[in-house]
Design a protein around this ligand. Sequence first.
Ligand SMILES: NC(=O)c1ccc[n+]([C@@H]2O[C@H](COP(=O)([O-])OP(=O)(O)OC[C@H]3O[C@@H](n4cnc5c(N)ncnc54)[C@H](OP(=O)(O)O)[C@@H]3O)[C@@H](O)[C@H]2O)c1
Length: 363
Amino acid sequence: MTDRLSESEAMRRAIKLAMGGWGRVAPNPLVGAVLLRNGSVIGEGFHARYGEQHAEIAALAVARDATGATCVVNLEPCAHQGKTPPCASALVSAGVKRVVVGMRDPSPDANGGLEHLRKAGLDVEVGVLAEEAAALNAPFLWSVRRPDRPFVAAKVATSLDGFLADASGRAKWVSGVESRDFVHWLRAGFDGISVGRKTAETDDPQLTVRGAVPPRVTPTRVVFTRGGLKKDLHLVKTAREVPTVVFTDPASHAQTDAALAGSGVEILPAAGREDALVALRTKGIRSLLVEGGGNLITALMQDDLIDRIYWIQAPIFLGSGTRAFGDRSPTLLADAGHWAVTDRQTMGRDTLLVVDRELCLPA
Ligand SMILES: NC(=O)c1ccc[n+]([C@@H]2O[C@H](COP(=O)([O-])OP(=O)(O)OC[C@H]3O[C@@H](n4cnc5c(N)ncnc54)[C@H](OP(=O)(O)O)[C@@H]3O)[C@@H](O)[C@H]2O)c1
C-alpha cells in the first residue's frame, strides 16, 4: 500500500472502512483501523462480523510488521478477552508506537484499552473526528448508555414540500430507485423495522431486507395500532417466516389477539408509545427504524422519541397529501435547537439528509 495520509485523513478512512460491518456486527460497534508508518498506509481492516476478528487485528494481519507504526482507529481498542483476544495487548505486542482514537468505548466490558496502551509506553491521542466517530456508532452508544429503550431512527421519503404521499394516499414511489436500494441497505443495520397501521394497510409493505447486504439477524417487523390489523396483509401472511410484532391498545388487545390468532404475529399490549419501546428493548431490540407514516412519526417526535432522521427528498412538489411531520407546538427561531447534521448524500435525483437529535459524545 502506498497511499500517504494525515492522521485525520486516516481516521476518515477508518470510519469509512468500519461501515463494511453494517448489518453484520451488532450488537458490537462498527470499527475500522488504519496503520500508518511515516504517513504511508501499511495495513488496514475492519470488524466484519460479530464474533470474528476486530479491526485492529485485521489491520495488523495485513501489515505483517507494524513495528513503530501508528494505529488510527475510530473506537478505543478493547482491553478485555471476549470472543477474541484484547486488541490493546495485540497492538503492544506488535510494536505499535502511537495510537490515535476517535472516541472512548463507553461499554464497561470493553473500555480500559487506553490505560493499557499508556501503561505500556505507547503515545495515545483521543478525540480525532470524535463527532463523526460518535455518529457512526450512534445505535451502539445509545444501547450502552440508555438500556431502557431502542435507538429510534425515522426514515422518510418526501416531496420538496414535505409530503410522504400524494392526496390520493399514494406513496409508491416518491423516491427514485437509488434511494430504494439505500433503504434496503439501511434496514440491514437495524434490529427492528416499524410502521403505523395505516401504512401497513395502504402500502401493504414486506418490510424485509432485499438488498446487497444480508443482515446477520433478520430485523423484527413492528406495527403500531390502537385497534386491529387486517389479516390479508403481507406482514401478517408472512409472520411465520419473519418475526412480526403488533402493538395494540390494552383495551383492544384481546380482540386483536383473537383476530390474528394462528398467524404467527406476536400481539403485545402497550399503553403508549414509550411502553412499546420499553417492551421492544426488553425483547433485545436495540435499534428501531420507523418507516412512517406521518402520524406515527409525528407522535414519536412530539414525545422526543426520535433520535435520528434519514430524510430522502425527491425533487417534486405535491401541494397536498400526507405530511411527514405534522403540526408541532410553535417554536421561536431563537429557541429552535439545531439537530446535528451527520450526513448529506446525493442518491440519483434525490438528496439524503441525516440528522441526529444529539450526538452521544463521551462525557
Ligand atoms: N414516502 C414515505 O417514506 C412513506 C413511508 C410510509 C408511509 N407513507 C404513506 O403515508 C401514508 C400513511 O401515513 P399516515 O400518517 O396516514 O398513517 P401511519 O402513521 O402509517 O399510521 C397511523 C396509525 O398508526 C397507529 N398508531 C399507533 N399508535 C399511534 C400513535 N401513538 N400515534 C399515531 N398513530 C399511532 C394508528 O393506528 P390505529 O388507527 O389502528 O389506531 C394510526 O391510525 C400512506 O399513504 C403511506 O403510503 C409514505
